[in-house]
Write a protein that binds this ligand. Sequence first.
Ligand code: THU
Length: 304
Amino acid sequence: MDAPRRNVELKARDRDPEATLAAALGHGAVDQGVLRQKDTYFAAREGRLKLREEDDGATLIAYARADAATARTSAYHLVDVPDPAALAAALDASLGTVVVVEKRRRLLLWEDVRIHLDRVEGLGTWVELEAVAPAGSDLSDEHRKVAELRAALDMGDEDVVAQGYAALLLARGAATDRMVSLARRAMERAYAPYSNFHVGVALRDEAGALHFGANVENGAYPQGNCAEASAIGALVTAGGHRIEEAVVMGDTALIVPCGGCRQRLSEFADADTPIHLAGPEGVRKTVTLADLLPYAFDLEEAQK
Ligand code: THU
């Protein structure tokens, strides 16, 4: 396998794509033309795994990335894929697909920095800078070039985002159907011989990874645990930190998390985090955590 490659990148909303193109060309960037890309994100155990399909071929990209609203450093591996349809089917069957990102990209080059002027399905227009670092670089040169281009293209603080397109689409509900499937699978696997009430929960974390869990009862009744607790355990174990979206499924008129689980969710979710209350056929009602748990106890607040 190749050694991990590194780059420095920055992404911002592009309110005026024509002006950005003119500014890039005016700064000396060279137009490399337009390409179409389709990225399929799979549910990787560590980091992110995506299949990129372009006009001239396909590549599997495995990468670890720390999100921050600043220029970021990425480490990634690239693998050429001769049969993308077969690979996508295999990865979907074994890992599951999380989200698909399709875009039209105009590529420009300026001093080895890639400038991407992107139009993303469902997300609008964006500009992205990517300075690929040669082996051994301390990245200072890459950071300097990205800063110069950022000023030239007028990428303001208010437009810079830390998330990738996949995360932005996920925030708009792109994974909800997939989460419903996972919650259903968990519900079907629940161990609930005493209550005979089966619950499944799916959670999406801050990196876009999906986790799920079922209720697990016990002959010594108090030792049983709710599906929320199982799913939160899976999220934390996989390296997740926050709950961005939740699906709670039970086969009853309208399942609602128990009082204890509202507090459990509140440890990792925000007041406006969407909680989808679902039956086996899908979402029946969507509420926020604050709807379920107003006046939530927060230890940090309590100690102020
Ligand atoms: N249950 C959950 O898994 N989550 C909830 O929020 C409500 C209740 C489970 C616990 C127990 O196994 C069964 O449902 C009946 O209470």
